[in-house]
Design a protein around this ligand. Structure first.
Ligand code: ZN
Length: 45
């Protein structure tokens, strides 16, 4: 599962595939940037 963040309104959407648009503000999909989910980060040391 990937996390997508809207560059326009800052809403975060969790989806397997890139959403067609922001469900919060309706921004186009190219405004959605992929974010790395915190729980998949490799633990240090
Ligand atoms: Zn948005």
């Amino acid at each position: 599962m990937a996390l997508w963040k809207c560059a326009v309104c800052g809403a975060e959407v969790e989806a397997r595939c890139k959403p067609g648009k922001c469900k919060n503000c309706g921004a186009a999909r190219d405004q959605l940037v992929k974010e790395a989910p915190a729980d998949t980060k490799k633990k240090g040391s």
